[in-house]
Design a protein around this ligand. Structure first.
Ligand code: SAH
Length: 290
């Protein structure tokens, strides 16, 4: 695991709740920054960045757009609360339809319990060590993607998993009959975790690469997962759509109800086939037009 790290954050402390019109305007202005994530809460909005200089540039951009008259803007370094590491000692298995994501220590008990079910009803068990990459099934966005996956027939398909984290979505697709998956993540910790997951689940059809979505060697596929953030999905929409073959599908998540319309608008080459919601998180099953 990486040592404790911090995220550069630009905080907008608001006097009152954002109106829908204010939120739309803010999201548009955030498009002009390098933010990778946005969190809204009762007191305001936090914008996350990879680099302090990107945050500082965003501070200027949003001040230039007049946000300093609506909000108090502060720059912060927020400790990573360890998405993946959070109370990992007692994470239980999580079931989503016919897929169960389980930590290694729960697998034997689970398999024994599932033996009691008729074979046709037995869910697939995917074993994930919840120590590093994001994707233990304990985040709504992962569950929503697993739900969307079960809405389509993936037999024989090639899959691209953009931001694979623990590898969970690529592994699930292969378990459900996909031919092969290319799973990428720019974070080496995630790729190490995914390598462990692929070995545990004996799914060599998943190939892992330490790279980002801008990698020019990526080949379009008929099924693309992108569980990222609303801000990233919107910024990279053209590239992500270019990685879906015409008539193919994309499963997107990592964004919230407040961001859903804004994300959907950016995927203008696709039709929305289904939307999935859990609490304030959303996933889209999109189909690229021919
Ligand atoms: N697919 C997993 C993990 C999602 S978390 C799941 O559904 O649970 C999002 C992942 O995207 C993180 O592991 C992060 O490192 C990765 N990521 C961030 N920026 C990216 C980019 N530009 N290209 C590809 N992956 C990215």
């Amino acid at each position: 695991m990486s040592p404790a790290r911090t995220w550069p954050v630009l905080r907008l402390e608001l006097a009152g709740p954002l109106t829908d019109a204010d939120r739309d305007r803010l999201l548009m202005d955030v498009d002009d920054t390098a933010s990778i994530g946005l969190e809204e809460d009762a007191g305001g909005v936090s914008l996350y960045f990879l680099q302090p200089r990107e945050r500082d540039a965003a501070h200027e951009t949003l001040t230039g757009a007049g946000w300093d008259t609506h909000a108090t803007l502060t720059v912060l370094d927020v400790p990573d609360d360890g998405w993946a590491a959070k109370s990992q000692a007692d994470l239980p298995a999580v079931r989503v339809g016919r897929i169960v994501v389980s930590p290694p220590w729960d697998v034997a008990r689970l398999r024994a319990d599932l033996q009691g079910l008729p074979e046709a009803e037995r869910p697939d068990v995917i074993e994930i060590e919840p120590s590093t990459g994001f994707g233990t099934g304990h985040h709504q966005s992962t569950r929503l993607c697993l739900q969307a996956l079960q809405h389509i027939d993936v037999a024989g398909l090639d899959v691209l998993d953009l931001g694979t984290g623990s590898g969970v979505l690529a592994i699930a697709a292969v378990r459900r009959g996909a031919r092969a998956a290319v799973a990428i993540d720019p974070d080496q910790d995630a790729i190490d975790a995914a390598t462990d997951s692929v070995a545990r689940n004996r799914t060599p059809a998943v190939s892992l690469r330490t790279t980002g979505l801008a990698d020019p060697t990526l080949q379009p596929a008929p099924l693309v997962f992108a569980n990222l953030t609303g801000v990233l999905l919107r910024r990279e929409a053209a590239r992500i759509q270019g990685l879906v073959v015409p008539g193919g599908r994309a499963i997107l998540s990592g964004f919230t109800t407040d961001e859903a319309t804004w994300v959907q608008q950016a995927f203008e080459a696709c039709d929305l086939e289904e939307r999935f919601d859990e609490e304030s998180w959303v996933a889209f099953l999109l189909r690229r037009r021919r």
